[in-house]
Design a protein around this ligand. Sequence first.
Ligand code: BG6
Ligand code: MG
Length: 221
Amino acid sequence: MNPIKACIFDLDGVVVDTAKYHYLAWKRLAHELGFEFKEIHNERLKGVSRMRSLEILLEVGGLSFPLERMEQMATQKNEWYLEYIRKMTPDEILPGAKELLEELRLHNIKVALGSASKNAPLILERIGLANHFDAILDGNSVSVAKPAPDIFLVAAKALGELPEHCIVFEDAEAGIDAAISAGMRCVGIGSPDNLGRANLVIPNLKQFTYDNLKDYFLSHK
Ligand code: BG6
Ligand code: MG
């Protein structure tokens, strides 16, 4: 059995619930474009890049625009999103996330952030977790987004660990696929309905400990 030497955490949906803010900002854009963007559509945006999210949104609305106009829309959406993000506080850390990050470090497990978001540094600063990671890799660190494995591979490299010694924590299908492509084991946070490809799926990080992680991966391949 491969030892666990490092853990790589996704941000949105694992450490904080920013999906609701992404949703409000995308909904506002859709409204301006004359269609309704529903919460069920928002599921498809989880884990994918800002531009890919916009492509999906426009697909839902049955619209298409030249790239330049799409870039303006993505910038506008991000400005609305930032209005929410700037107001975030440490109270918005999801239950169990901070405790697990701290416990892993006590056991000399390295921890990295591997997020698709270009806003990750701001969010970490707002919630007071910037110092809880040995390496922070975000949407600015790679040119190809999840489900490509790149973000997790650069995170492992930054930590100086091999992929087979890393465990990824992810809430999005695109992220689980990225972890698998990177040759890493992964824990899905959410429902087995869509995260069933993860090695282990748990509803959230509440009371999830380093012992739980070790016990599971020592007894499963
Ligand atoms: C991911 C979110 O973490 O980041 C996606 O799950 C989002 O929904 C992506 O589109 C990019 O985020 P940002 O902050 O760079 O627009
Ligand atoms: Mg996520």
